[in-house]
Every structure is written in C-alpha cells, then in structure tokens.
Design a binder for this molecule. Structure first.
Ligand code: ZN
Length: 168
C-alpha cells in the first residue's frame, strides 16, 4: 500500500483532514493524494458526511424538531392521555405484583433469591394485592370511561377545528 516516493494511503490522516485536525501543509499532501486515490477519496467523503451529521445533532437539530412536534400536539388531549397512561401503568404494576405472589411465577423466584428483602417485599405485595382486589375493577372501569372520554374530547376538538376551517 505504501510505496516509497509514491502516493501513500493513510486512513488516519484522511480522518484527521476531514475533522479539520491536520496542519495546512499536511492537509495539502493528503488532498493531493485524494485526487489520485478513489478509495481514500471515498473514505474522506464518508467521514465528511459523518461529521456533518454529528455536528447537526450537536447543534440541536433534533431538539428543535421535537419542539415543533410537541407544539403541534393539542396539549389538553396530551394531558388526558398522560393521565390515563399513568393509571394504566399503576394497574400494570399492581397486576405484576399480584402475579409475583404465585409461587410458580419466575418473579417470585427472583424475589425469593433477594432474601433479605423478601419480608419487606411480600408485605408490600400483600398490601398491593388487597388494594388490587378492592380497587382493580374500579380502576378498570375508570380506565374504560377515560378512554371513552378521551375519544369524545378528540371528537369535539376535531369537529370544532373542522368548523373553524370551514368558516375561515
Ligand atoms: Zn489512498
């Protein structure tokens, strides 16, 4: 690859040139080589694209896109969704804790192996199970009602925005 006196392939220097870390004189040598060597030229262009891409990310292109998306979402609907999602997570956790009370469940085995925490955890699990038995059906109903309400709100927002669009 490295012929004395001839053009030399040096990927490290190609990367350094693309990152702008090479002194001007060495940079000119590498650029000379790039003119004659397609494979190093390809490497150089790829590295340039890569650093441009990473530079864009650092400057904050993605956060600005996220901000636009977040601003485009109707915040009230978002709030309702987050609320019901939170309830769903609570329900899921309660169900998992209740399942871990079953001796054949792998989760119970894991809890067993923790040993020192078992008493504490099982105490918590009993409380959670009692809570689930008492509040589980109510939570499920609340979740269902919430989903219907969410749909109703979405429908109202949709029809209002359509009427506004027609009036405008
Ligand atoms: Zn080369």
């Amino acid at each position: 690859m490295n012929r004395p006196g001839g053009p030399r392939c040096d990927p490290k220097r190609v990367f350094e040139l693309a990152d702008g870390e090479l002194p001007p004189e060495e940079g000119r040598e590498v650029l000379d080589h790039l003119d004659r060597c397609p494979s190093c030229k390809k490497l150089y262009m790829e590295e340039l694209e890569l650093s441009a891409c990473m530079g864009g990310l650092e400057v904050g292109e993605t956060p600005s896109v996220c901000r636009e998306v977040a601003m485009a979402l109707p915040t009230r609907l978002m709030g309702a969704r987050v609320l019901w999602a939170g309830l769903a997570v609570v329900l899921l956790v309660a169900v998992s804790v209740a399942l871990s009370l079953d001796g054949t469940n792998p989760a119970a085995f894991v809890l067993d192996s923790v040993g020192a925490f078992w008493g504490f955890v099982s105490g918590l699990a009993e409380v959670a199970e009692a809570f689930l038995v008492a509040a589980g059906p109510a939570l499920l109903v609340a979740l269902g009602v919430g989903a219907v309400l969410d749909l109703l709100i979405a429908g109202v927002v949709f029809s209002v925005s359509r009427r506004r669009a027609r009036e405008a």
